[in-house]
Design a binder for this molecule. Structure first.
Ligand code: UDX
Length: 668
């Protein structure tokens, strides 16, 4: 049994009119321009191992699939302009200036934002890539290596036509001068699904596949409504021979359903279906794309299946070393994605279960994790104990795997994976219990501050954020105030989402206790307890230089991918598209800057880097006994206690609040 709703023909999604001009100008996209073939300046955007680049047709070393001649890809269409589709398409376009990449979505508002200076998602480095691929860029010449592009090293900035670049590169190599030719836009965002799909050699389906909310399998099965609707649409419009790629995370064997849908709409027309799941983490998506540890491509093990896989591999081969492109059969690829996320979730739940044991025994979970993770068979990453995993993927994919097991009549397997989600809920609940324990079991008349609203650091993504559950649970205890602050989520965004999730009545503006702040100090002022619910560096009490590599979250790829000379020393960038006078995002920014819709004196610039908190300043404005509950293990407890705070941290020793006797460790 397959855990998906059978696909049936669907009415196509409503389409809107599009400006065809936008697309027809793209065929002139330039070829790679820098001497190494990269279209960027920064080492961050360069292939990590040029020597292992492979040619399009060299799949013979792949474990699955024979060497196959890859048809040239000229046009890629990505259906779905969300967290996956937008960044993936942007990086494909950046590294393949000869390919026209279109991103289509029926949501006009979202597309309008992608075409403006207000992209609908924030990822470090994304804007810089959009500026090049979407807007095109001017040619320029610079001296002495791509990183020395500022100040006097910059020789000249001018419009270098694509035709000029060959001779100029040759001449300049001899003189140690590099040039980057002008580049035409090759990334387009539009709502014209039918047109773009019909023109594409490769169609990526990258739409949302959340957990089903109602009906059969509610709460665990994957909701395939959007995926099914888009598949039907693609089936109707794709040109014969187009390669249809599952980018969305889907239940195992979905490729068969895609094939069936294609056959239903276009009997007798041949399409190859591939599985090419994404492995992007929020906050590091661009780094994950630029330096992917693997690209997984599942295909039919037939001659045409292998050819299709080789064609898609050729798109990635522009920047990913050949050894990192893994080919498998279709269903292995689909399942591997679910298993990858489930195993990440499993590690977090494992260490969180141990954190509870640490709290009850006096062991320290970070010490245990370090000792255990030193074994290379186990590894050190994803062993940071805390209030558990959030985000749109981990829980959803564990549930999907458990549902798959159930439908395959493997109840033991299903139970095993469901325990991972149960342990995650246990981890969240423990923080709320601990707050109550510290505050004498009542929040009446008290102020509690929640630092961190996003589900993880360096993102403003709040899907499945532990903070939301914690705010809701705290609100039920009737506190005087719950103050919420996040370095990346704007007060406006937080108010909207809390209102949506817990009901508008909980917001202070409607008489409830939840107040959103743009300033951490104002949020902590007069607080009885400060909770850390997201591992933002801003909340740490260690100096920045003392951080290097400590803790597993720290070891994730750095977010230094402002890779394309964001300050534009060489004047390479074209002007950002101007917004209409009535642009709602501009108006919202203006409104946020000029009205007091939130508390505190900070600004509402969602992506401005904030300095680390001055905990001593917070101490002097909090209520006694200065409780801080560190749900993410970001604080150095001894230093905090030296200031005078009383600190509780998940699974970590506190000199003041715990004795060495196991009997005293039951509060969590
Ligand atoms: C995840 C996968 O990492 C990514 O490969 C996949 O494509 C999408 O799902 P994401 O959900 O963006 O990415 O974030 P991730 O970095 O995996 O963190 C998930 C959650 O686990 C966060 O809430 C984070 O705070 C938490 N976490 C992570 C821990 O509690 N401890 C850890 O050691 C690591």
């Amino acid at each position: 049994m397959i855990p998906t709703t059978p696909m049936t023909p669907m009415t196509p999604l409503p389409l809107s009119v599009v400006d065809a001009e936008e697309i027809t100008t793209l065929d002139d996209s330039t070829a790679p321009t820098t001497p190494d073939g990269s279209s960027s300046f920064s080492p961050n955007l360069r292939p990590q191992d040029d020597s292992s680049y492979r040619s399009v047709n060299s799949l013979s070393t792949a474990p699955f699939g024979a060497a196959a001649a890859a048809p040239a890809v000229r046009n890629v269409c990505c259906v779905g302009a969300g967290f996956v589709g937008g960044p993936t398409a942007a990086v494909i376009a950046l590294h393949n200036p000869h390919i026209c990449v279109t991103v289509v979505d029926r949501d006009e508002k979202r597309i309008r934002r992608w075409n403006s200076k207000h992209p609908p998602i924030y990822e470090p480095g994304l804007n810089d890539i959009l500026r090049i691929a979407r807007d095109g860029s001017r040619g320029c010449v610079f001296n002495d290596g791509p990183t020395n592009h500022g100040g006097s090293d910059a020789i000249r900035c001018e419009t270098v036509s694509p035709d000029d670049r060959g001779g100029r590169c040759e001449g300049q190599k001899r003189a140690s001068i590099n040039s980057v030719a002008a580049r035409l836009p090759n990334l387009v965002f539009t709502t014209d699904v039918a047109k773009c799909v019909s023109e594409a050699d490769v169609v990526l389906i990258a739409v949302n596949t959340p957990t089903k909310r109602r009906g059969n399998g509610a709460g665990s099965a994957t909701d395939m409504a959007a995926f099914e609707a888009v598949t039907a649409l693609v089936a109707q419009h794709a040109s014969p021979g187009a390669i249809i790629v599952e980018k969305s995370t889907v239940p195992c064997r979905t490729a068969q359903l895609v094939q069936d849908t294609l056959a239903l709409y276009r009997p007798g027309v041949h399409f190859e279906v591939l599985s090419n799941p994404e492995f992007l983490a929020a906050g590091t998506a661009i780094n994950d794309l630029l330096h992917a540890d693997r690209i997984l491509i599942g295909s039919n093990n037939t001659a045409s299946g292998n050819r299709a896989a080789a064609a898609l591999a050729s798109v990635y081969a522009s920047w990913i070393p050949a050894a990192r492109i893994i080919t498998t059969n279709l269903f292995s690829s689909e399942l591997a994605k679910l298993v990858a996320n489930s195993m990440l979730a499993q590690r977090i739940s494992s260490i969180n279960s141990i954190a509870a044991v640490c709290d009850a025994t006096g062991a320290d979970v970070d010490e245990v994790a370090r000792a255990v993770g030193a074994d290379p068979r186990i590894g050190s990453k994803f062993l940071k104990a805390g209030i558990g995993f959030g985000g749109s993927c981990l829980k959803k994919d564990v549930l999907s795997l458990a549902y798959l097991a159930e439908t395959l009549v493997l109840p033991e397997v299903a139970r095993y994976w469901l325990a991972v989600v149960e342990m995650n809920e246990f981890a969240r609940n423990r923080l709320v219990s601990r707050v109550l324990q510290c505050l004498n079991n009542t929040l009446a008349g008290k102020k509690v501050t929640v630092l961190g609203f996003a589900f993880k650091k360096d993102t403003n993504d709040t899907r499945e954020s532990p903070a939301l559950d914690i705010i809701r649970a705290l609100e039920k205890e009737g506190p005087e105030e719950i103050a919420v602050y996040d370095p990346l989520c704007t007060p406006t965004q937080m108010a909207e989402e809390i209102g949506h999730f817990a009901g508008p009545g909980v917001l202070r503006s409607n008489g409830g206790p939840v107040a959103v702040y743009a300033d951490a100090y104002a949020a902590c002022q007069g607080s009885d307890a400060v909770l850390i619910t997201t591992e933002f560096d801003e909340f740490k009490n260690r100096p920045v230089e003392a951080d290097g590599g400590a803790g597993n979250l720290e070891e994730l790829p750095p977010n230094q991918n402002s890779a394309l000379d964001a300050e534009d020393h060489l004047s390479r960038l074209n002007p950002i598209p101007l917004c209409d006078k009535d642009c709602p995002e501009c108006q919202r920014e203006h409104l946020n800057a000029s009205t007091v819709s939130y508390y505190g004196t900070g600004n509402d610039d969602e992506h401005a880097r904030k300095a680390r908190l001055d905990w001593t300043r917070i101490y002097y404005h909090m209520k006694r006994p200065h409780w801080v509950l560190d749900g993410r293990g970001v604080l150095d407890i001894a230093t905090m206690e030296h200031v005078g705070f009383r600190v509780e941290s998940v699974g970590r020793r506190s000199r003041l609040t715990k004795s060495s006797s196991p009997g005293n460790h039951k509060c969590w």
